[in-house]
Structure formats: structure tokens, C-alpha cells
Design a binder for this molecule. Sequence first.
Ligand code: C2E
Ligand code: MG
Ligand code: MG
Length: 687
Amino acid sequence: MSRALKTFSSALWAFVATSTTAVLCVAAALWGHWPGVVPLVLAGAVAAGGALMVAIGIWRAGRAVQQTAAALTRSAQRIGQGDYARPVEMHEHDGMGELEQAMERMRARLRQSTINKDYLRSVLNSMADAVFLTSPDGVIKTANTAACKMLGFGEEELLGRGIASLLEERARAGFDLLQAAQDTRETVVRTRDGQTIPVSLAGSRIESDDPQFQGNIFVVRNITDRKRAERRIRYLARYDTLTKVANRMQFQHMLQQTLARGLRSGQAVALLYLDMDRFKEVNDTFGHDTGDRVLEVLAERLTRALPPNASLGRLAGDEFALCLHGLPADTDQRVPIGQLARAVLNEVARAFQLNQQEVFLTASMGIAFCPRDAENVIDLIRNADAAMYHAKQNGGNTFTFYSPEMNAAAVERLILKSKLRRALERDELVIRYQPKVDLTSGRVVGAEALLRWRLPGHGDIPPARFIPLAEETNLILDIGEWVLNRVCMDYRQLKGAGGEPGRISLNLSLRQLRQASFILRCRSVFRRHGVSPTALELEITETTLMADSKNTLRLLDELYAMGLHLSIDDFGTGYSSLSALQQFPIDTLKIDQSFIRDVTENTGNATLVRTIIEMGRNLGMVVVAEGVEAQDQLDFLSRNGCAQAQGRLFGEPCAVEELLVLLQRQGSSGCAFGHLLRAAQAAGRTA
Ligand code: C2E
Ligand code: MG
Ligand code: MG
């Protein structure tokens, strides 16, 4: 029973009880005076009471229904406003109760679907990628927070726009909605403030039976970082990071296109191949960082020197190439290209500032033309390289045009390399000895062992040609050990035959010195031949000394402790100062022959040689002059207090048997070259 009905019946019963009591009292009172009126009063009272009771009941029941309806209205309004959290008020009024329950069920269902919708929204908004939900024709219906953030628009501004309208103009032109809705592509979007962002756009279709849910979902990811990384990788693959010029791959690619264009249009292309002279020494002396800095500066200078129709590439370490296109093919271009080559070499020859020192470097250049010398990239580069090699052979700091014979020289170099491998097995190496003469007594006080390669059919190959090949192939280690063995055997032979060879010096290459077992190997060779290390001297160039000077110092200390003498070879050709060399346990300083060659004509060299002799003497070193060819050179050296000399003036490097004869003759006559010195002393007296 409903509450309204209960209220109504209890009121009715209360009213009936009180009014019956009142009527009975009135009736009892009247019964004594007017007994005939009593029944009438009773009947009237009963009728009036009944009517009153009905009226009150109706009023009260109406009021309860009204209250329930008002509560239902309030609930309906709340639900209409999206407030599904509070349950519908229940009054359990007859008839209304079912309505209330129905409304409560509806509220619960609405609440559940709202929770789902909010959840979906918060999922979308918490995604880092921009997400757009569109209608099947691409009209945006939802855009998440990341989408708004990426594009700089509010969500309301995005809703209703076509997805294609977000793309940058060019990307929009080729945009196909149907296709985009089922694949992933890279494209570019434009933000509200006009910026463009590279993005990946992944589309997929939303399948649903209900047309209102059909459409597309697009996930848009900002790929700026990836694009940047890709650009960097592409850059690194094509450009040299140090010098910022095209690397070998890119240069060859570009050259290929240039050649194809040139051949099509009947124009010539020139390739200038540049290689720094003795660049290794810069690295060895100043370290690789400084070497790198030189290459950077060099690339800047080359770039500045380029004419507009030229491009530059770094092909390897210190090798650069310049390509000039659009040249007339019917006229000889050697004069203008030669002028350009000279201008480039002059740029290279400007002073480099290295560790607060001015250093002057040079380069060699080879030049080849397409189509005259080659019609494809590989041949053109190879020919320009061969010409460059010739420029180097001619002393460097020069350029050479390619000619077909040059390639033969490059091929020969390769052949030589392979033949050198067999030189040791075939016993093709020999040692020649060049005597070292004391400039006060004229006596032979030692000799330098110089290596020769007697290649059948080629005659004697000088070490300058094959030692670099041996170093490239590491064969120098085997060759070096062979030399040490040979010299020890020859020394025993000389001693055994009564000769007094003095100290025999041999040349050491950097690779030998770097060999981990070098000292052990030396010891075992000396032991095997029974030769004291004090009988020998190792010649090390100053560039070798300065390369990894810390390690070298340790090694040299050990060699010195064994009793070996050490000398600096080719002094003056490197970049080291005497004070830097002082740290090494060096006894002898050999002035490079290039200074001796014109010491009597070139006052600059004369001053330099005098200074070296004086400084060497002050440091307690024996100073030896190399390459003495003429009497006036000897006069100069002996006048300036040089201790020893070697060179053609005293004879060409000779076989051990000839050295023995010289030593034996000296044994009987006292000194082998006294006559030359007497002439020198006489010249000194008259000077
Ligand atoms: P180096 O040690 O400076 O040797 C002196 C070079 O000057 C030798 O050339 C010698 O023949 C040459 N020479 C001697 N007197 C005169 C002269 O009066 N005028 C001229 N113009 N040259 C003269 P070579 O024998 O061709 O050796 C060249 C270089 O090869 C040597 O220079 C040395 O650095 C290297 N070398 C020679 N033998 C060996 C070796 O067994 N091992 C290593 N690692 N290097 C060697
Ligand atoms: Mg030497
Ligand atoms: Mg030398």
C-alpha cells in the first residue's frame, strides 16, 4: 500500500473515532430534553463527518502525488543536465513508483555510457600522438589534446574541417583520402602560425553497422627528430664531417653525373687530384688533431679558390679532388687549367699556424681530362692519380698533366708491391755500405748500411721506391730483421778479416720501432751472431722520433741501455726543434743532404748548417753531414767544426768486400781520406 493511502486511512479512522464520541455525547445530552431530535442529529453528524473525511483524504492524497512528481521532475532535470551521479529520489507513491524505478534504470544506463565516453576521451587525450576521428568524407569530428597542441588550434576550430586542410599546400595536392585512410605515409602539416611539421599519418577505417559511427581514425606523429636524424645520416654518408666537403662516394656520384652531362653536351671536364706532400710528417710531429685542423683549413682555402664551375671532394686522408665542368672540348685547356692548378698550389703553400708555429706545406697535383684521357669516373680518377704520383716523384709542390705512359708507372708500382713480397725468399735484397769519415783525422770511422733491391730485369731499385711499399704492406718488419741479420753477419766478416769497421749504422723505420717484440728480436739477433750492440748504431728520422714520443722515449732508453748508439737521421727536414729532441738518448745528429747540397751557394742553408753543427756540439752530439759530393762542401764542413761526413766524395755505397778493402788499406796507411782533408785544411788556412 502506498504512503498516501496509509495516511488517508489513518486520518479517516481518527476522524471517525473523535466525531463518533462527540456525536454520542451530544446525543446523550439531547436524549434528556428532546428525545425525538437525537436520531436526526446522529444522522446529520454521520453524513457531515463522512463528507469531511472524504475531502481531507482527497486533499492529502493529491499532495503526496504532487511531491513525487516534483521529485521526479527534479531528477529528470538533473539527468538532462548530464548529472548522472545521484540516484533518482524514491517516494514509492502508487503508480509513480514504477515511473521512479524506470527513471532510475535509465539514469544508471546513461551513467554507464557516459563513463565509457569519458574514458575514451581521456585515453585519447593522454596519447602523445595526435588523433583525429573523422566522418567517412574526412570531416574532423574529434581531435585529441595532442592534435590541438601540435597544430596550435583549439578543438572547436578543428571540428568540422576536412583532414586534408591540415596538410601543407604541396602535400595537400597529392592527398587521396581513401588511400590515406588505409595506409601509413609521411606528409607535412601546417600549424596555425604557418610552421610546417613533417609527420607520419597512419589512417584506418572505423567499421560499424551504424552509419553515425562510421568514419576514419588518423594518428599523426611528429617525425621532425627522425627526419633530422635521417638528414644527418644522409649528410654523414655523403659529406666529410671534418672538412664539410663531399666525401669520395658523393664526389664520384657527382662526377659521374658531370661526365654524363659533359659527354651529352660535347663539353670537357677536368679532374684535378691533389695530395699533400709529406702530410704524414705533420701528423707524426704535431699529432692527429693538428693534422685534422690543417685539413680543415686546407678545405676552406680550396673552397675559396674554386671557380663557379668547380666542385670539391675529399677522396681520402690528405687527398682532395676538384672537378671543373663546362670546358670547351675543341681547344686545349691545359693553359687555363694549369693556371688554376698553380693558384690552388699557392693557396696550399700559404703558412699554416700550427701550435704557435708557422708551418709551410706543399701539395702535388695530377690533372686528367674527360673525354681526352678517360670517359668514365674510375679511369678519370685513376689517371689523375697517376699524374699526381708523377708530380710527387718530381719533388712535389707541382702539378702534372696525365699522359698514357703514367698509368704504366702506376701499374708497375702495383706489380712491384707484389714482387717485393717474394724479394726476401728469392734473395734479391742486398746491403751497400757508405763509409763515414772523421773530419779531423780523415779516417773511416764507420759506415751506413743502405738497402738495395736487385730485381731481375729492373736493375737496382733504390730504397726510396720500395721502402714506402714495404711499409704499406708491413713487409718492412721482415725486411728490417733481414737487414739487422745481414749487417751483423757482415760485421763479423769484416772483423774476422782484420778490418776495423768502427760503428755500422742502419736505418730504422717507424713500423719496426712500433713492433711490440722489437727489442726482444734485436737482442736475439745480437746473441745469435755474437755481435755487441755497441758496434751498431740505429738511425731514426726526427719524424719517427716525434711520433708517439712518450713510447719512443721508453723504447730508445731501453735500446740505449743495451749499448746501441742512436742517431737522428735527415735532421732539418722535420719540424721538431733540437730542444724537443734533447729528451731522447741520442748521440749523433745527421744533417740532411738537402742542406749540404747547396751549402756553399745558399747563405741561408750555410747559416742553418753552421747553427746545427754548433747546437749539436753544444748538446754533446756527434754531428754528421750527409750527401757530401764536392770538395768545397767538405771544406765548409770541416771549417765549421762538423765531426763526420759521408757522401759520394768518399765513394758510392759499396759491397761489404769493397768496404773491407778500404778498411784494410786504411789499416796500413793510417787514414783513407787524409788527402781530402789536407785539401780542406789548406782551404781553411787560405780562407
Ligand atoms: P738516408 O738514411 O738518409 O740515406 C742516405 C741516402 O743518401 C742514401 O740513399 C744514400 O745512397 C744517399 N747518398 C749518399 N751519399 C750521397 C751523395 O753524395 N749525394 C746524394 N745525392 N745522395 C747520397 P739511398 O740508399 O737511396 O737511401 C734512401 C733512404 O732510404 C735512406 O736515407 C733511408 O732513409 C732509407 N733506407 C735505406 N736503407 C734502409 C733500410 O735498410 N731500412 C730502412 N728502413 N730504410 C732504409
Ligand atoms: Mg740514414
Ligand atoms: Mg739521411
